[in-house]
Ligand binder design. Sequence first.
Ligand code: MTE
Ligand code: MO
Length: 302
Amino acid sequence: MANRWINTLNDNDVTPEDLFVNRRQIMGGALAGIGLVGMGQAASAAPEGLEPNSFEEITSYNNYYEFGTGKDDPAKYAASLTTQPWTVQIEGMVDKPGPYAFEDIMKAMTIEERLYKFRCVEAWSMVVPWNGFELADLLNMAGVQSGAKYVAFETALRPDEMPGVAYNVLDWPYVEGLRLDEAMNPLTIMATGIYGKDIPNQNGAPLRLVVPWKYGFKSIKSIVKITLTDTQPATSWNKANAREYGFYSNVNPEVDHPRWSQASERMIGGGLFSKRIPTLMFNGYEEEVASLYTGMDLSKEI
Ligand SMILES: Nc1nc2c(c(=O)[nH]1)N[C@H]1C(S)=C(S)[C@@H](COP(=O)(O)O)O[C@H]1N2
Ligand SMILES: [Mo]
């Protein structure tokens, strides 16, 4: 269903926002009538009462250091990234390791829409209507072996196409990791679109991770490699500054970043009227994910 919507998108006629609102109204009707799941369930995965940011906001205020450290650098420079063809190497503790062509992944996956709040460690947030598929579906396609405990991710490293990697702000390539149960959680998605359009390069084309209860930097962009492993993988920001960035990086209003408070966040948009709101535990997804961390001291395991 979501696929059909994506394929029939015509951006000559309407803005992505118009389509999104339209479709939600239509789906709302359908949901009421026949108790449809899928997209309806997904749409309600955003904490109550949040309105999505505009396509313009979501695609012009970005963090993608391979294209520069300024918020407007990715929108300016990421067009140079070649995203076709694209291959994701899946390796390590899987039954079917090897290169997976992006088109083959897309054919095998059910693309749906997820309206998620996105919370950056810099204490701002947005609400984004992602299109994508559950990471669990991709991992299951590769066949996760019983000894696997973690998933490691790697971004493309293309000095010719990525002006920012000439600077040693991070140890390239950008890498990230999740515990296997976090990766398998149904909230964890690989995003391939925003507002029903292909995901723009500055947001991590052609596929990027989204983990809505963690700080934004866990959502690694333009993924070329996924490795199933039994040891906790290194992560770029932890390597850069272990005191400030831990492996888990769960959104937690009670644990401040060493240089600023995490108790509240500024919602991007609305110009001068941009609102500051209290930050919620696990970014508002506590009910769904708190059980993953039972018995852990989240003030220590940051
Ligand atoms: N490869 C790569 N992935 C990345 C980053 C990056 O610099 N490089 N920045 C991270 C950070 S800090 C954030 S807040 C989000 C921003 O995603 P967005 O630009 O789609 O909002 O991407 C994350 N993924
Ligand atoms: Mo971030």
